[in-house]
Every structure is written in structure tokens, then in C-alpha cells.
Design a protein around this ligand. Structure first.
Ligand code: ZN
Length: 484
């Protein structure tokens, strides 16, 4: 039985540092305040190793995804036993990706026990560069000043959204006893965690209901997807008139966490057994990919049910190199179907300032053939649409603005609410698309050439200058790096 606590159980220990006190090499004296204690043995935690470089500098290693060393992106750990005004540089030295939004100003998130709301570190304290000391891997360094001795500080790649948090949220929804909300256990993960399915629709028989299926967190490190998904759910169960109207005409089936083990374990991309579940839609195995197997079975079943018209499948992800919210869709031969497929993203673009139609693209790469979008795009009939909804780990550029706006937990959720209400726009208009040419014109919200986020420049080297503030206090080894 899995303990429902943020502290996690035995499973969360695998490969993570466990209350590790890092002292200078050869140090044999008593532990002192300022000998930092690193810990990642909690739910969604990830930190595999810490090397002492100097009093001011530590090399940190991400623990690779369980059973798959290729993926090293998500980190989430605590630091305690700090001295007041202690300044450090933490270097994350083993990222598996090179292209990163760190070049565009993204920074890790931080909170502490006395300031429990997550915030992003100032971009000027973050430096992303190729490091000769680490086989020219990309290293992300950030400077930080601890300010309260009794606080435990927590740092993460992005705002965490754990399995337990989802369970608490779903429990609280259930307690409201809404007659239009049903929660079921669709299956269990390899480690026996719940695969939850929500059905949201007005009770009673209605002859002509459309069906929308939404899934999230197939990639466990993509925590923004959970905030978006919660935004969708919050809106759909609300008393908002649009939500009421939608519930009368549409059945929403939502699987908020497709890969609960991966989320619990602090993986970035994979399941417990090291599978990227979003590459196994063609032939999921009941024992190796049980949650995917269950979701696929559900969707196939729904697609064959003559009583409901399965019209949308949307899989929510987060993107590590692009800005804004945007979508991936499929490629079709018939122009008319291509046009129809573009309608929902265009409508969403009207409703959400952070959603970019110009970043939205349609493809048929071989490498993505095992994704839900591609597989279901082939399976479902030509009146249905399958999309991947992506949202940036970092920020969005609203039309007309010049600076990127970093996403918060709230703005991720807001995107979810906007996705939900866009279904009404879609269903109001979808019968008139062919006749109403002006609808298309009025929806032309963005073009590839005119939007500012197209013009973003990479500025990683500029960050070097910002470190001068720290000159008196830190080991400046890193300043000599990355500028050649
Ligand atoms: Zn993803």
C-alpha cells in the first residue's frame, strides 16, 4: 500500500541522495552549521549525487530516469543546515538535453519552509554554458544566498505536481458529491498506484452527446501539464454558464495522470520500467505498460460506441525549448480536414493570450508514430481530432509585448480553463465553417512572421556579467568558462 504523503515511501529512495551532509574532502571534525545537507528522498524528488567543489560551490547530478539512463532533466531536492548569508553556486552538471529554455531566461523554482509559495529564481542568477570540466556538457549554474538558518530550501526544475497532490485534489472533488462528476479507477500502475478517470457530463440520457478525451502526465517531469489539466477540470465542474452548457452537450473523459509511477519517482520522461509510454501506443503491454494499456482500451472502446461521437483527443505535455502554449496535430491528405483540424487551435488562440497559433504545427514524423496523437489519429474516423497540447516550462510572449512572461502555477491553470471554454466556441461554430468564410478571417490571430516570440535571441553569454555581484564571495572558476 502506498502511503499518501509528500514524504514518500521506500520507492522514492531509489538512487536519490538521502539527507546527505556534504563536507570538505578529508574533513573529520564535528558537523557544523553551513555543512549543507541535501535530500531528495521524497515524492517526485530527484538528486543523485553531490560533489563538494569548494565552500561556495557544489556539483549536482540528476538521477537518471529509473531503468533508462538517457533521460536526465527533472530535479527536485531540498537543502538545509544552512548558515545565514551563506552564498553558494550550485552546478547541475549532467543534463541529457542541450537545447534549453535556460538560454532564454528560464530559471529553477525555489521555496523554503517559511516562504512556501514557489517562485522562480531571478534569471540573472542563472548561467547556462558548455563546461570543459564536464566533457563539454551543458551545465546550469545558479547562485543563491541562504537567508534563514532554520529554513529548509527546496529547488526544482519547475513547479512540482505530485501524485499525492492529484489524489488530494480528486478526493476534494469527490467530497462535493456533484451529480455531473464521476471518478473511477481505470486501472493500476506497475507499483499499484491509481490510474484515475474522471467523467464530467450532466446526468440523464441525451441522444446526441459529443465526447472529448483528455490525458496528461504521460511524461512525468512535465508538471505544467497537471496544472493545465486541473484548470480544465476546475472550469468544467464549475457553475460557470459555459461549463453548464458544455456539460449538457458534451461528455468529458479525463485521465489526469497517465504515468503515476514516473511522477512519484521523480522521472522526467519514463515509467518505472524505463519506457517512454508515449512511444508505445501501437502495442502497449498489459504487464509492462498497464496504465497506457487501460487508457488505450478505453479510447478504442469509446470510439466503437455508436451512442457517442468521439470527437477530440488531447494529450497535455510541457515543452522544454519552446515558449507559449501551442499544439501539434496530424497531417491529412484532404484539404478540408486540414482546415477543420485548425479550427480548435485558432479558437483557443482567441481565448488565451499565451497560446500561439504560429507555434502550432502538423506533422507525421516516423519518430512520433507511437504517440497517442498519431496512433489515435490513424484509428479514429475523419470527424475526430487528435492533438498534443504543449505548454512551455518557462514563459509566453503575449502579442504586442516584448518581454517573456514567466508562467506561474496560476497561469498554467488559466490556460486549462481557456482550453475548456474553447469547446463551447467550437461547438457553436462547427456546423457553419464551410459557409462562414468570415469566421476564418476573424480568427486569423497570428502569423508566423509578425510575432515577437519568433525573434527571440539567445543570450546565454550575457548572463556571465550578472555574476559580478558575487565576485567577493565565491569561487569564480565558472567565470572563465563558456565565453570562448
Ligand atoms: Zn511530453
Amino acid at each position: 500500500k502506498i502511503a499518501r504523503s509528500e514524504a514518500g515511501g521506500e520507492d522514492a529512495l531509489v538512487g536519490n541522495v538521502n539527507k546527505l551532509m556534504v563536507t570538505p574532502r578529508g574533513y573529520t571534525g564535528v558537523p557544523r552549521k553551513g555543512h549543507l545537507v541535501f535530500d531528495a528522498c521524497f515524492e517526485s524528488g530527484n538528486l543523485g549525487r553531490v560533489d563538494y567543489i569548494s565552500e561556495f560551490e557544489f556539483d549536482l547530478f540528476i538521477r537518471p530516469d529509473t531503468c533508462n539512463p538517457r533521460f536526465r532533466v527533472w530535479f527536485n531536492f531540498t537543502v538545509e543546515n544552512v548558515r545565514e548569508t551563506q552564498r553558494v553556486i550550485l552546478n547541475i552538471v549532467n543534463f541529457s538535453k542541450t537545447k534549453s529554455l535556460y538560454r532564454e531566461g528560464m530559471s529553477p523554482v525555489v521555496k523554503s519552509t517559511s516562504r512556501p509559495k514557489w517562485q522562480r529564481l531571478p534569471a540573472k542568477n542563472v548561467y547556462y554554458y558548455r563546461c570543459p570540466d564536464h566533457r563539454r556538457n551543458y551545465v546550469m549554474s545558479f547562485a543563491f544566498c541562504f537567508d534563514r538558518e532554520d529554513d529548509v530550501y527546496q529547488f526544482a526544475y519547475c513547479y512540482p505536481y505530485t501524485y499525492s497532490r492529484l489524489q488530494h485534489y480528486l478526493d476534494s472533488l469527490e467530497r462535493r458529491n456533484l451529480d455531473y462528476l464521476q471518478r473511477e479507477q481505470l486501472g493500476l500502475s506497475v507499483q499499484q498506484r491509481r490510474l484515475d478517470l474522471l467523467t464530467i457530463t450532466s446526468p440523464g440520457e441525451c441522444p446526441e452527446k459529443k465526447l472529448v478525451v483528455l490525458t496528461a502526465r504521460v511524461h512525468p517531469g512535465e508538471s505544467p501539464a497537471s496544472f493545465v489539466c486541473q484548470g480544465v477540470i476546475d472550469f468544467l465542474v464549475s457553475q460557470h454558464p459555459v461549463a453548464q452548457l458544455l456539460r449538457d452537450h458534451v461528455i468529458f473523459k479525463i485521465v489526469p495522470m497517465l504515468n503515476p509511477d514516473g511522477v512519484y519517482l521523480g522521472n522526467y520522461r519514463c515509467s518505472l520500467m524505463g519506457f517512454d509510454l508515449n512511444r508505445h501506443w501501437q502495442e502497449p503491454s498489459l504487464w509492462a505498460h498497464p496504465t497506457l494499456y487501460a487508457v488505450k482500451q478505453l479510447i478504442v472502446q469509446l470510439s466503437q460506441d455508436p451512442k457517442v461521437g468521439l470527437e477530440f483527443y488531447i494529450d497535455v505535455h510541457a515543452h522544454s525549448t519552446m515558449m507559449n502554449g501551442f499544439m501539434y496535430g496530424n497531417v491529412f491528405e484532404e484539404e478540408e480536414r486540414v482546415q477543420r483540424q485548425a479550427v480548435f487551435p485558432r479558437l483557443l488562440c482567441n481565448n488565451a493570450a499565451d497560446f500561439s497559433f504560429s507555434n502550432t504545427s502538423f506533422n507525421r514524423d516516423m519518430v512520433k508514430a507511437g504517440t497517442g496523437r498519431r496512433f489515435l489519429g490513424g484509428l479514429l474516423d475523419d470527424t475526430s481530432y487528435c492533438y498534443t497540447l504543449e505548454v512551455s516550462f518557462y514563459s509566453y510572449m503575449a502579442a504586442g509585448s516584448t518581454a517573456p512572461v514567466p508562467y506561474t502555477e496560476d497561469t498554467y491553470m488559466k490556460l486549462g480553463r481557456n482550453v475548456a471554454r474553447t469547446f463551447l466556441d467550437y461547438y457553436k461554430h462547427n456546423h457553419f465553417i464551410d459557409e462562414n468564410k468570415e469566421l476564418y478571417d476573424s480568427l486569423a490571430c497570428s502569423t508566423a512572421s509578425t510575432h515577437p516570440w519568433r525573434k527571440m535571441r539567445r543570450t546565454s553569454m550575457k548572463l556571465k556579467i550578472q555574476f559580478d555581484v558575487w565576485r567577493e564571495h565565491v569561487n569564480w572558476r565558472i567565470l572563465t568558462i563558456g565565453t570562448s
